[in-house]
Design a protein. Structure first.
Length: 285
């Protein structure tokens, strides 16, 4: 029963043609674009591949995923590099990216469907828990938290729910409240596994001679701030001779009309920011 039900779920999981699960599969197994954009929701909402295509003359795709940590990005990169070598990669880094959080490895569940077919990703997937290898003997386990999403993902409703253009998801609302100081914990424990994943991401790109650009995209805030993860990310990038663009405190984009909420640009903000980053890529080519 486990074999039959698991294989049925696997069939319908990979049959999807839209939504987050389809985008993950496309990122890992089907991308062929020259330029790829990695990151969490801020990557999904801030980088418009069409603008990079227009300015750089390179095919582009946004492989970001909502709520994903640097460990997820590394796993996807491993899947990509097994098939081909992109020319340029942009990695969007968040504030608190390297924070040690007890349940932060739970989000790696989105990679479970790829465990059996992608050995290059297994070491990262197994970080989810010490019993993960045993659980993954089951064919159902990789999909048992995705049943509703798989069901919806095989309907036309899902195509209307997730309106993306080459992985970019536009946010169309404007922030309608006063700009406040952006508040976040500044003294937090660091996760060495996340920092090592970041280093490995950089080294994998360098080994394949991929031009890598690491970016911290803007936040809507009145205060100027420094974050431990961003500072560590800058130091590592500098040591590896990798460009790091920090727009977290970028004053020209501190405008509520360009934001959906404090950490996310709306579509107009994304258009301005994508042009800005594309120009930086052009300077450094």
């Amino acid at each position: 029963m486990d074999f039959s039900i698991g294989n049925t779920l696997r069939y319908f999981y990979f049959k999807q043609e839209s939504g987050l699960q389809y985008q993950a599969t496309y990122a890992i197994e089907k991308t062929k674009e020259d330029l790829l954009i990695f990151g969490s929701s801020r990557a999904c909402n801030h980088y418009m591949p069409t603008i990079f295509e227009e300015k750089l003359g390179l095919s582009s795709y946004n492989v970001g995923r909502y709520g994903s940590p640097v460990l997820y990005h590394l796993a996807v990169l491993k899947g990509v590099l097994k098939r081909y070598t992109p020319k340029i990669i942009i990695l969007d880094l968040n504030l608190q990216e390297f924070e040690k959080i007890d349940d932060s490895y739970d989000v790696l569940s989105s990679l479970l469907p790829y465990y059996k077919t992608h050995p290059e990703m297994r070491s990262i997937i197994l970080m989810r828990g010490k019993y993960e290898r045993l659980k993954l003997l089951s064919n159902i386990y990789p999909f048992n938290s995705e049943l509703l999403t798989i069901a919806i993902g095989n309907t036309e409703i899902n195509k209307r729910r997730h309106d993306d253009v080459k992985g970019f998801i536009a946010l169309r609302d404007n922030w309608k409240f006063p700009i406040k100081n952006y508040s976040f914990p500044q003294n937090y424990a660091l996760d060495s596994k996340k920092i090592n994943a970041y280093k490995t991401f950089i080294n994998a790109c360098k080994k394949q001679k991929i031009k890598l650009l690491i970016v911290c995209s803007p936040y809507l805030s009145k205060n100027r701030f420094k974050d431990s993860s961003i500072e560590i990310g800058k130091q590592i990038a500098k040591k590896e001779n990798i460009s790091f663009l920090d727009y977290s405190n970028y004053i020209p984009l501190i405008n509520p009309n360009l934001y959906h909420d404090n950490p996310h640009l709306n579509v107009e903000g994304a258009r301005m920011f994508s042009n800005l980053v594309a120009d930086e890529v052009l300077k450094d080519r």
